[in-house]
Design a protein around this ligand. Sequence first.
Ligand SMILES: NC(=O)c1ccc[n+]([C@@H]2O[C@H](COP(=O)([O-])OP(=O)(O)OC[C@H]3O[C@@H](n4cnc5c(N)ncnc54)[C@H](O)[C@@H]3O)[C@@H](O)[C@H]2O)c1
Length: 331
Amino acid sequence: MSSVLVAGGAGYIGSHACQTLRDAGHDVVCYDDLSAGHREALLGGTFVEGDIRDVDLVRRTLRNHGVTAVMHFAALLSVPESVADPVGYYRNNVTGTLALLEAMVAESVGEFVFSSTAAVYGTPERMPMTEEHPTRPVNTYGETKHAIERALPHYERAYGLRAVSLRYFNASGADRAGRLGEAHDPETHLIPRALSAITGGPPLGIFGDDYPTPDGTCVRDFIHVTDLADAHVRALNWLDDGGASGSYNVGTGRGDSVQKVVETVEGVTGRPVPTTVGPRRTGDPSALVAASDRIQRELAWTPTHSGLREIVESAWHWHQSGWRGAAGGAA
Ligand SMILES: NC(=O)c1ccc[n+]([C@@H]2O[C@H](COP(=O)([O-])OP(=O)(O)OC[C@H]3O[C@@H](n4cnc5c(N)ncnc54)[C@H](O)[C@@H]3O)[C@@H](O)[C@H]2O)c1
């Protein structure tokens, strides 16, 4: 089994990927600057605290641990923040990723699994969205991810570095054993905010209830973080077996509305979710649903935990543990 460096492995999705990799028998080196990650999410393996822009430290880490592949989760990921702070987003998500790739090239590490996003598509022209849908990001965050996707073929041509970019739709849920979960600070994602609203937090803000959807609220494709982590391990296996580089959607092909999520949270917890309804947010499409046929066909990946009820149950189980990323990164 190979040694895998997981950049951003102390964060939400990266920590689940580390766990799935360890369960599959891989040696894992988690590399994270803890700017948004949590020490408590480091459940084993090696941890190196550092910034991906520190090329020397990344190189030493790759070399000292015999790393043969990199999974890259380390990024800033708030859309509104990215629009307000392009300097910070380009510096971390583009310059940072290019530094990581530079270190990989210098150390002859040739396999890369990249956290991309549905935001690379921009305004949906058809639904569900296939990988052939035009990529025209409408915000800075999506642009930074798209810039890396566009850079990767150049690295392959020149250095032979092969890459799989996984375009996630809405990552959600928590480790089913309750060891890990979602703890962004501030938390902007729907399910943790709904759970917070029923446990003393502010009411859940719903942005628009007049969309052309069955109940008027936005429709999104929720993918369980455990299924997402599994997609990464399959992408790694694909590259290990000599598979070609490519971009893949990771979603279920099923859309659930914000209102449906609220009702599911109420059903799972037995408590009403306090909500407020405000105006639509600029740039929010009414629906975002993935066509995931390509990853199912080529990487033999199938979502098995992404029913909305199972997602909410796992998030609620973890939410009740009290491990929720208090300010300062202490979980
Ligand atoms: N959460 C989602 O719904 C979602 C959807 C699509 C794509 N993504 C992508 O998935 C990845 C992980 O998202 P997440 O929700 O786990 O976020 P997260 O903030 O929980 O995790 C990111 C991790 O990267 C670390 N990090 C950030 N910048 C770093 C740097 N310069 N050097 C070293 N470490 C650094 C942080 O400390 C954190 O532990 C991101 O690349 C994000 O763009 C997330």
